[in-house]
Design a protein around this ligand. Structure first.
Ligand SMILES: *Cc1c(COP(=O)(O)O)cnc(C)c1O
Length: 426
């Protein structure tokens, strides 16, 4: 299948779009056609890898990866994303945190890595995946490319802007992964990465590629867990499932909107932001007003200019049945313990935003089925969550494995030149 740019000036195969990230005209790639799937297309398919393979096969048809779709999905998606019914029988938690770094970003990053490593020519020079992160993206991408032949990873994170456990996770991989603790903000990290991609001399010496959340190679695989949950719910006789999704750059929520556009039984979709309210304001006014991000306790959603919105604004998918809400830190602080009291379940600060949306629907008399997307394991945000609930959170074995490793990050000044020098040094 082909993809086209939101700005109308580029069209290429999905596989080319995977390697390229941003479209050649500066826009974002979106599918050229909206296929239609039915529940029957997924007969006998229930694991995350199986559902992903059905969804991705038409996108990769007629490509060098066409006959490797099953192998890619089996290799990348060797964990589950369970839909857990909570004790009121109608609220569900879609647990997206069972991957190796404990956040939903493992899904997209691992499929992208499995695709790119198969597309790489055996004699090609090493490719460095350069990524700026406010936390979870960096560890997911580092984990996905860790020890992959032909790839290196360089992760930039704001030294003061991540939790101690996030910092450890970002710095513990070693081998082909380098971690840079930048003396600056996440915006500084992003500016440094952008400058590196614009530096043609550097790019010639050190071939770079990106794996950020605008890559269609991360978006498409994310459709799998919404499809899987919707199918499981439909097969057990439920009405179309409604989803409440914590959102920053809209990457995760867009996957739900897209998979609904492909015909899967999904009802309403709530896009729930923290105090960075560009998305809710856009839906309320129709005007897109990016602004500097503000720091919150749900820091993976601290986005002031959500680039993925361009994919919605370009009008490429049905946007009916969408809700938005902005949730401030005080409300998150109340929702985490309230959720624990009501459902005996500890959630992360991001998940709490979506939980707040559902709580408000319940208060308004909505008794339909809602699934809250649990985007990260609460143990990753222990410094925020533990004081709120007054107890320690058990670290799952998948995360503990990494946290037990020694960690080492290289300090880096927040200057483009410092990054270029470090990358050339290799
Ligand atoms: C990245 C992230 C989000 C936001 O995802 P977007 O795709 O940017 O909307 C929410 N929660 C957690 C835990 C994350 O890591």
């Amino acid at each position: 299948m082909h993809v086209i740019s939101t700005r109308g000036g580029d069209r290429c195969s999905v596989v080319e779009a995977l390697s390229r990230g941003l479209a050649r005209d500066g826009g974002l790639y979106v599918p050229e056609h909206w296929l239609r799937f039915t529940i029957d297309d997924f007969a006998g398919r229930d694991t995350l890898a199986d559902v992903a393979a059905v969804l991705l096969r038409p996108f990769l048809a007629d490509s060098p990866l066409a006959d490797q779709v099953d192998a890619i999905c089996t290799e990348a998606l060797d964990f589950d994303t369970p839909l857990v019914a909570l004790n009121d029988g109608r609220t569900h938690l879609l647990e997206l945190f069972h991957g190796p770094t404990g956040a939903f970003k493992d899904v997209g990053a691992r499929v992208l890595a499995a695709c790119l490593s198969r597309l790489r020519a055996p004699d090609a020079p090493d490719l460095t995946v350069l990524v700026a992160t406010s936390g979870d993206t960096g560890s997911a991408v580092a984990g996905a490319f860790h020890r992959r032949k032909g790839f290196k990873v360089a992760v930039l994170f704001p030294d003061q802007g991540v939790s101690p456990r996030q910092k450890h996770l970002l710095s513990c991989f070693g081998d082909n992964v380098r971690s840079f603790a930048v003396d600056g903000t996440f915006d500084d990290c992003q500016a440094m990465v952008k400058a590196a991609f614009a530096n043609t001399a550097l790019m010639a010496a050190v071939p770079l590629t990106s794996a950020n959340s605008i890559s269609i190679g991360r978006l498409l695989p994310q459709m799998a867990y919404y499809a899987q949950a919707a199918l499981r719910h439909a097969r057990s006789g439920g009405r179309p499932m409604n989803f409440a999704i914590p959102s920053g750059n809209l990457g995760n929520a867009l996957a739900a909107i897209w998979v609904r556009a492909l015909g899967l039984p999904i009802g309403e979709i709530a896009i729930v932001s923290n105090a960075n309210r560009v998305l809710p304001d856009f839906f309320a006014t129709g005007e897109y007003q990016p602004r500097p991000s503000v720091a919150t306790i749900a820091n993976a959603m601290d986005v002031g200019a959500p680039s993925n919105l361009e994919r919605l604004r370009a009008g490429f998918a049905e946007t009916g049945g969408l809700h938005t809400l902005s949730v401030d830190d005080d409300t998150i602080r109340r929702r985490v313990p309230a959720f624990l009291a009501e459902f005996d379940t500890v959630i992360c600060p991001h998940t709490a935003c979506a939980a707040e949306f559902v709580a408000r629907r319940r208060a308004g008399g909505d008794d339909r089925d809602w699934a809250i997307a649990a985007t990260a394991h609460p143990a990753k945000f222990e410094s925020v969550v533990e004081p709120l609930i007054g107890r320690t959170i058990t670290v799952p074995a998948t995360l503990a494995r990494w946290l037990d490793q020694p960690a080492q990050a290289e300090p880096l000044a927040a200057e483009a030149e410092a990054l270029a020098t470090a990358l050339r040094r290799g």
